[in-house]
Design a binder for this molecule. Structure first.
Ligand SMILES: Nc1ncnc2c1ncn2[C@@H]1O[C@H](COP(=O)(O)OP(=O)(O)OP(=O)(O)O)[C@@H](O)[C@H]1O
Length: 259
């Protein structure tokens, strides 16, 4: 099994394209190129610069063995991803991409190793204690997210997880701002919020899935095969949207790639 995490903003040389190869079991892969469908996103992110103070997602020596099994699905994985950059995990089907994303989203706990946000000063030294990835700070969009739509309207779908009891004014104001941010950021402002989610085009369904996560204003957004099942036009649409989103948050995408 193998998983490759590729990013143009891996530390410690942010201006240079670096590729981290993650060794799993006895196999390793090197010299592999990212899948072409994400090239535009990766090229753009190489132009990013460190800000005076920046925060990174740090994955350190993470291994994972599902409870009750004898074999590790992930072995000794380490990488760093700078905030507001785009990272790509690519590997063969069954190599563990989804498992890694689930660990990052806190849906399962690593058997060993650690996952945290670390803030750095401009000289590269750490600035504070590591912070855990709380569920409010991390969003995850699963493969074919439209299969999990439950509501009758776009508005209900985006606000599905909101508190049902009466919120005070400050909270309602914050929720309204978050809603506006999610709708605008996901490019849903051209459709009616009364629309049935199931009647949307493939590309708009993916936009809606993104809006559902964006409404909680995460720092890190994880996407599992965000282009799967889309035609070329919808794919281009989603890639364009991701390019826009990486200006505001850290994106990590899992996708099939063979090198
Ligand atoms: N809870 C579990 N117990 C045992 N095996 C598991 C468990 N979860 C996943 N697996 C196995 O671990 C391997 C990695 O699965 P995972 O879904 O993470 O791979 P993937 O790279 O995302 O695959 P794909 O590209 O096909 O989605 C697969 O062989 C899968 O069957």
């Amino acid at each position: 099994m193998e998983v490759i995490v590729s990013s143009f903003n891996l530390l410690p040389s942010p201006s240079k394209f670096l590729q981290t190869t993650i060794h799993m079991g006895s196999l390793s892969v090197s010299g592999t190129n990212p899948p072409p469908r994400f090239h535009g996103l990766l090229r753009k992110s190489s132009a990013l610069r460190f800000s005076a103070r920046h925060s990174c997602l740090e994955v350190r020596r993470v291994s994972y063995r599902p409870p009750g099994t004898q074999q590790n699905l992930l072995n000794d994985i380490s990488f760093t991803l700078q905030e507001k950059s785009f990272g790509l995990i690519f590997g063969r089907s069954g190599s563990g991409k989804t498992t890694l994303l689930q660990l990052l989203a806190g849906l399962a706990k690593p058997t060993s190793g650690s996952i945290y946000f670390q803030s750095h000063r401009s000289d590269g030294n750490v600035n504070s204690l590591p912070e855990s990835l709380s569920s409010e700070r991390v969003g995850i969009v699963f493969q074919f997210p439209e299969r999990y739509f439950l509501a009758d309207t776009v508005l209900e779908e985006v606000t599905f997880g909101w508190p049902r009891q009466k919120a005070d004014f400050a909270m309602r104001q914050q929720l309204a701002l978050n809603l506006q941010y999610a709708i605008n950021s996901a490019g849903l402002n051209t459709i009616s919020l009364d629309e049935d989610p199931h009647s949307l085009s493939g590309g708009y369904k993916r936009r809606l899935a993104l809006a559902i996560q964006l409404v909680q204003k995460p720092d890190l957004l994880l996407l599992d095969e965000p282009l799967a099942g889309l035609d070329w036009k919808a794919r281009a649409d989603v890639v364009k949207l991701l390019k826009h989103l990486k200006k505001e948050l850290t994106l990590l995408v899992g996708t099939i790639g063979f090198g």
